[in-house]
Design a binder for this molecule. Sequence first.
Ligand code: AMP
Length: 433
Amino acid sequence: MSFDSLGLRADLLRAVASQRYGRPTPIQAQAIPEILAGHDLLAGAQTGTGKTAAFVLPLLQRLADQGHPQRHPRALILTPTRELAAQVGERVHAYGIHLTLRSAIVFGGVGMQPQIDRLQRGVDILIATPGRLLDHAGRRTVDLSRVEILVLDEADRMLDMGFIHDIKRILKLIPERRQNLLFSATYSDDIRRLADGLLRHPKIVDVARRNTAAEAVVQSAHPVDKQRKRDLLAHLIHREGWEQVLVFTRTKHGANKLAEHLVKDGITAAAIHGNKSQSARTRALDEFKNGSVRALVATDIAARGLDIVNLPQVVNFELPNVAEDYVHRIGRTGRAGAGGAALSLVSHDEQALLKGIQRLLRREIPLTPVAGFEPSAAGSVESAADDDRSGARPSGVPPRRHVGRGDQPRPGPGLAGRSAPRSRRAAPPARGR
Ligand code: AMP
């Protein structure tokens, strides 16, 4: 299967060729012909599968085939986060480089006026986060009455983030007759309900298979006392020579503290989360991509949709409360077929979370202590107090130290090389797109 056989125009094929993609990814091979044929689409695909090109390329073609650019948007792409909007916008620009279509990106956290100016000059494709789009609609600085193609990108995350009412409001502003494309990494009942209300005789393409990303990633975990996690992380970054590591924390405050701590340890680090201004987030991401920041510390929502190619190492500084978020997090590495590694630092009180993740993945994640950072009895007692408060364990019963099948971690399938030192570096040519 090659891009040439998908029915794309020569000017789009030229743009694809300059991206140096070899072949279409499965989602592209399946979705592009269906979208070109005008069908609605329900696509199960995570970030990293090449899903953006899967809808942007045929969308550009359908608009370009209709002839001249118009004043009002004919395609509307909704995304949950500013970062994803910016990244999709950048892809629209790259793939549409040989076309005359115009696009605009609108999201919150930055001034309205430049966006209004851009909209007034006329756009064919509008990429937007829901809240800011409604702001524009309310001020009548955007006219959505000509929208012919609607894309909901990362629809599951939009629902998680509470955008359902905004989406419903937006749907009332666009024509009923249109092509709808819904992309989601997971299929919850909520997504099914949204799809049922939105899509007409959709073609269904599913490359998500929830855990496929997880399977391509080497996963490991270290048990460690909570208060020693920061030192262990710094130790590992130095020891393993990680030059580009994405670190997840549960809270914004925790992200800031950790980044500060790493900097004190001589590791260039930046935090990225919802309390940071858009320009600070963009700057941190750029510095991470160009290699001047080694460790990017992020909360789940901030990291969602970040397009960082061939990210070699992800660290869960804290495990997420929801097991599915673990899959999203580690999906940041090993993207589009490249290998990657995900490491979790697991304190005693997180063992139940690790179990939940192992259940979801149906695989064991080996939990191996790091010499000098073994969890102390004191640490266990301290966190055992938490357990006692929640009534999880009768007092006086010693806490279990490790999850999994006993204290001796056993490598899962395909994990044979897990203890080899990983001095792999980020693939520099792939950076910064
Ligand atoms: P996405 O899932 O859309 O976030 O894309 C993930 C990454 O894969 C992006 O950096 C794309 O540029 C890249 N990509 C998209 N399509 C292909 C392809 N056919 N071959 C190789 N890389 C691709």
